[in-house]
Ligand binder design. Sequence first.
Ligand code: NAD
Length: 298
Amino acid sequence: MAQVGFIGLGIMGGPMAANILKRGHGLTVFDVDPAAMARLVAEGARGASSPAEVARGSEFVVTMLPDAPDVERVSLGPDGIVSALPAGGVMIDMSTSAPETTRRIGAALAERGCFMVDCPVGKTAEHAVTGTLTLMAGGEAEVVARARPVLDCMGTDFFHCGGLGNGHAMKAANNLLATALVALNAEVLSAGMRAGLTLETMTSVMQKTMAWNNQLAVAFPLRPLKGDFEPGFMLRLAHKDCRIALEMIEGMGLVAPVGRAALAACQEGLDRGLGGKDVGVLLKIREDAAGVQVRAAP
Ligand code: NAD
């Protein structure tokens, strides 16, 4: 069994860390939110007072933080992971972060004889609880193989996407598409309802055509179509993911006009103070404008 450290115990990281504990690994945790930390300590984890303290006694340190600057601060900042991880240790960043940030942290770890894997996750908060997330790993094959017993506690679909940073590149591409689908589903369902269609008619037809998508099949019935706009996956994180993907795409000199529109849809929600709501709140914005409510029969 491995000694694992875990930093960032929020909606996703909390249950992911709990699943590492359940498989019998030793676990040390840190979060700036004392309540999040107390939940894991109650389940048997050891609490630490800084990222460095987590790293000091760990073979693997997992991070599950909101954004790339958070990962950078926790790893390269004062009292950060890089300053304390023993030689041979592996940092596994499972946040949805930026490929460039990941490669910079990986280089700093390599200077100290340590390693890095990026392994962002796909699916939902519910899959974090059941340990059935989709894992998108980037890193050297031998390092990824070493990390597998830890990663396998949290997910069931595993993809090695290439070298360090490629997990985050994959996730950026994936989430721009996923967010654009939320925004377009919200527009189309609200407008369809306003035009006199029922939700049942729309979904029955779309299931037979190329319009069908997993947002409509899986995520919309779980929350927005029940009128539940609590996260789940926060709108501010969807906005961040679009931003990371567009930085990647436009950084290569390419354009992504539909991706830009998805970012603008998220920005509209942030401007209305809805950043802490589920990304499905984009449906509510379009519903309110159309004067309709799109709800599944209970
Ligand atoms: P969250 O805000 O619930 O959790 C983030 C946690 O990190 C919080 O507990 C916060 O207190 C902690 N934190 C922030 N800064 C810190 C610091 N400097 N040191 C220690 N702890 C710190 O967010 P989440 O929904 O768990 O998402 C985490 C990551 O997973 C994000 O990158 C998100 O994009 C990604 N993700 C989320 C989902 C989802 O459905 N929620 C799905 C896939 C991927």
